[in-house]
Design a protein around this ligand. Structure first.
Ligand code: FE2
Ligand code: FE2
Length: 237
């Protein structure tokens, strides 16, 4: 079976000022990759005007594009409309579910969604006390469970998880420890480790580190644009 080349980037944070700037960095993407994954924070403030720039930058590429939204894309309370705009531009948007792409006869499964925070094993928020903290932790728990189900049902030759928040703390190295609980959650890694995947990509941690691994041994890559310092990372499966 042929090797798949997965291109991924997150945190492009586009707005009107940046119109046209990203597109020219994607000119020869099909020479380097079979698919492009967008790991959220596609806009700065989650406005529909910014989302229109995103759709123009990423529409009609020669490779399929799969995206998740990030926290910035939720800031103006228009995430459903932004997701619809991306879909209308031919971009598949994941909402704690999965899609399967046929790449020259190889089935690539991509599962995931925005993810959320809570922190990492031993130093994490717990489902206890005020309703507000229960809601915070409960949001992550429900997401992790949906990812587990999506992966369990996913029939594919290769499996990638696409997230905005980080499932591990390895790829946060460089960020202040104080904000780790707002950068991701170990519950996401636990769900993926339970069902298996070949690669996890995420964004959100602009000051983090590219490479990490889950406790179960799955490769994790922080593809936030400021971390990569290049238009996208390419990972072979
Ligand atoms: Fe970001
Ligand atoms: Fe973010």
């Amino acid at each position: 079976m042929r090797q798949l080349r997965i291109a991924a980037v997150g945190d492009v944070h586009l707005d009107e000022r940046l119109r046209g700037s990203y597109r020219k960095r994607l000119d020869d993407v099909e020479q380097h990759a079979d698919v492009l994954l967008l790991a959220g924070d596609l806009t700065r403030h989650g406005t529909l005007e910014e989302a229109a720039v995103v759709t123009d930058e990423f529409r009609d590429l020669p490779v399929p594009v799969v995206a998740v939204l990030g926290n910035h894309d939720h800031h103006s309370d228009r995430p459903a409309e932004i997701a619809a705009m991306l879909s209308d531009a031919g971009i598949t948007v994941l909402h704690d579910d999965a899609t399967v792409l046929d790449i020259d006869g190889v089935r690539l499964g991509v599962a995931g969604g925005k993810g959320f925070g809570g922190g990492y094993a031993g130093k994490c928020a717990s489902d206890f006390g005020e309703p507000e903290i229960k809601a915070f932790v409960g949001h992550t728990k429900r997401i992790a469970e949906r990812w587990r189900v999506a992966l369990k049902e996913l029939q594919a030759d290769r499996r990638v998880v696409l997230s905005h928040y980080s499932p591990v703390k390895d790829t946060l190295a460089g960020e202040p420890l104080e904000i780790y609980p707002f950068l991701g959650s170990y519950l996401l890694a636990e769900a993926v480790d339970a069902e298996g995947a070949d690669l996890i990509v995420h964004g959100h941690a602009h000051a983090g580190t590219e490479k990490g691994v889950t406790p179960g041994g799955i490769r994790v890559r922080n593809v936030a644009l400021p971390v990569l310092g290049r238009a996208y990372g390419v990972y072979c499966l």
